[in-house]
Design a protein around this ligand. Sequence first.
Ligand SMILES: Nc1ncnc2c1ncn2[C@@H]1O[C@H](COP(=O)(O)OP(=O)(O)O)[C@@H](O)[C@H]1O
Ligand SMILES: [Mg+2]
Length: 232
Amino acid sequence: MAQIICIIGNKGGTGKTTISHMLAQGFGLLGQRSACVLTDTAREPLSPEGRRYLTADARSPEALGKVMDKLRSLNGWMGVIDGGGNRSEIDRKLYSLADLVVLPFRDSHEDIRAVVKDLETFPRAWALPSQWPTNPWQREAAERTVATQLAGFRDRILEPVGALSSSKLLLQKQIPAQLPTPLANACRGIARQVLDLLEVLYEDVTDEAEAECNDARTHQDESAMPAGTLAH
Ligand SMILES: Nc1ncnc2c1ncn2[C@@H]1O[C@H](COP(=O)(O)OP(=O)(O)O)[C@@H](O)[C@H]1O
Ligand SMILES: [Mg+2]
């Protein structure tokens, strides 16, 4: 049975879709087989070509049921479900079937208010600072805001995902043949946190030179992976 990670939250624009794809790509880069599952009816499915993960379209409840059944049958896989936002009922359903729940939020009062509510509603969920400032001065200010406004949830906040303009490459229908190193490193960073929380053992890759070695090995091994999107 696959491990299911749901990226949810009641607010749009927090980075759910971007983080879902970064996480799935990061799993792939760390040698874990993964699928990124689209549930947002406002988005188009993305081609799996060139990605280190499969993509699955689960925009209807029936399709979601089928994709979940398929994931349940895939031992050792990681299933990442992109929640969509503004859909409390679907978020509650995804929360109930997930092994791990992640609530992205940005450095804004509005996002922080929303994530506090979601952390209260979903007691097993983790908050993930998203699009986090990389400038040290701004980052310090953001950390102060979090320390005050999320004081009661300090032990449920993950390491931030920094603002990274190349992250939008993963949301393109077709991704470039070579992804920028900072993006690959950020993807691995998120995936490591999640694998550690789920206590999944993996072979770590600490720098890009090693990663390239590993990439070459994974490419040779691609025949072992089912091609294309996750079949229903
Ligand atoms: N880490 C990041 N760095 C820079 N921009 C980001 C990052 N994460 C998300 N974005 C941008 O923020 C916007 C909203 O992100 P998206 O993932 O679509 O959020 P959601 O799915 O929660 O609505 C998009 O334009 C996306 O490119
Ligand atoms: Mg989205």
